[in-house]
Design a binder for this molecule. Structure first.
Ligand code: MN
Length: 200
């Protein structure tokens, strides 16, 4: 869908992820930060060649171009945030089942090793960014990206993400990023959606 872009509708109530992510955090993170990226992109795209393109086309066309950084940052952040909200579920977390579980066993050394590696990626992303579980050529791996950087501009297919910008956790956890990341992994990761994204 080309511009004007609209704010993705959350698939659960704003208090549904509490106590891991409070309604207060969702109110700012979704209602202010995510919405601002949408409003900014619509302003930046108005009257340009980008107004006719889809979000992912805009991301791919502007990635790595310093003179298009504003459009890239806002479009990639819209995509990353929608993907993040869909990576979470009030009924998520815990050990996965289905094809994703088999691939985690095969490629990442099992669920316990996955938890350590995913949390480590989230913790070692210096400053703002994202931790990702991705599939590339059918093989799972864990990545991290800084700021608005996104796997969408490359060839790996993202399956799950955790936002580790401070705005994602500071109201609830202050500086304790590890507590936020651990709770999201234990209680919220949407494994059903990861299986859907695999095409399982
Ligand atoms: Mn965010």
């Amino acid at each position: 869908m080309p511009a004007p872009f609209t704010l993705f509708a959350l698939p659960y109530a704003e208090d549904a992820l509490a106590p891991v992510i409070s309604a207060n955090t969702i109110g700012f993170h979704y209602g202010k930060h995510h919405k601002a990226y949408v409003d900014n992109l619509n302003k930046l795209c108005a009257g340009t060649e980008f107004a006719a393109l889809s979000l992912t086309e805009i991301i791919k066309k502007t990635a790595g171009q310093p003179d298009k950084a504003g459009i890239f940052n806002n479009s990639a952040q819209i995509w990353n945030h929608t993907f993040f909200w869909e990576s979470l579920s009030p009924k998520g977390g815990g050990k996965p089942s289905g094809r994703i579980a088999d691939l985690i066993d095969r490629d990442l050394g099992g669920y316990d090793a996955f938890k350590v590696e995913f949390a480590n990626a989230a913790m070692t992303q210096f400053g703002s960014g994202w931790a990702w579980l991705v599939a590339e050529k059918g093989k799972l791996s864990i990545r991290k990206t800084g700021n608005a950087e996104t796997p969408v501009s490359g060839s790996a297919a993202p399956l799950l993400t955790i936002d580790v910008w401070e705005h994602a956790y500071y109201l609830d956890y202050q500086n304790r990023r590890a507590d936020f990341v651990g709770a999201v992994i234990e209680k919220l990761l949407n494994w059903d959606r990861a299986n859907e994204r695999l095409g399982a």
